[in-house]
Write a protein that binds this ligand. Sequence first.
Ligand SMILES: Nc1ncnc2c1ncn2[C@@H]1O[C@H](COP(=O)(O)OP(=O)(O)O)[C@@H](O)[C@H]1O
Ligand SMILES: CC(=O)N[C@@H](CCC(=O)OP(=O)(O)O)C(=O)O
Length: 262
Amino acid sequence: MKQLTIIKIGGNVIDNSANLHQFLLDFTALPGDKILVHGGGKIATELGESLGVEAKMIEGRRVTDIETLRIVTMVYAGLINKNMVAQLQAKGSNAIGLTGADGNIIKAKKRPVKEIDYGFVGDLDEHSVSATTLDSLLKAGLVPVLCAITHDGDTQLLNTNADTIASSVAVAMSALYETRLVYCFEKKGVLKDVNDDDSVVREIKTDEFEGLKADGTVQGGMIPKLHNAFEAIKKGVSAVYIGKADELNELAEGTFGTKMNP
Ligand SMILES: Nc1ncnc2c1ncn2[C@@H]1O[C@H](COP(=O)(O)OP(=O)(O)O)[C@@H](O)[C@H]1O
Ligand SMILES: CC(=O)N[C@@H](CCC(=O)OP(=O)(O)O)C(=O)O
């Protein structure tokens, strides 16, 4: 089976032009087939504030009313995605930037309203990602760059967490490729002490996750990230890592960040 690397890059790294430049160089240097998934939550929050639209996050998910949907579409599908594609092109990656609506690559379902109305937030299931369309892009020598905007197939764009997109794309692609999934952010991995960058936990097993949540080791955005990471492992992705964007070159040496194990 051919190998595929799926990398997700978070908003804190995208917001720092020097870190982003180095990350995109390292990404370009990675051998083999690749897909990049990006967030950009921090930049959407900042633009929203400057336009008088306050961000509302619940358990790491953005409540997305119609004004917020307009902002995240402009920021994720436009500003960030197109700048990232232009930078990758300059570095020698033949990148193609896409939302989930393009080529019907990711069809989501609007999250049903229960206790909370998340608005235009899209949830994914096992039928959401078109692995064959992504495969045809890879076979054409392209590097898909996916943003956090999906669609429902009935004209509605939706906002989907980028960690979830990366996990679902990795699961779908693992039917066709031996797939590894790498979450890149601004810390060296999952930390035992979130304030000590040298306290990286090298390996986490599925059954250790609940304990790390319960004792407060992992908090905030790290909880959905780990949940998505373990979902990927459970559903056939061959390796999942979480680590620092500017240490991507350590992947080959096997010393990169935290590795999730079954
Ligand atoms: N144990 C932990 N190790 C590392 N980061 C943690 C931990 N617990 C909580 N975090 C927080 O999780 C954040 C990453 O989640 P998030 O902001 O959603 O990432 P991203 O920028 O990739 O979307 C980190 O910035 C950090 O503040
Ligand atoms: C529904 C939902 O929460 N969507 C996310 C999508 C962007 C994202 O995931 O960005 P980061 O990876 O930089 O956090 C949001 O709007 O914040």
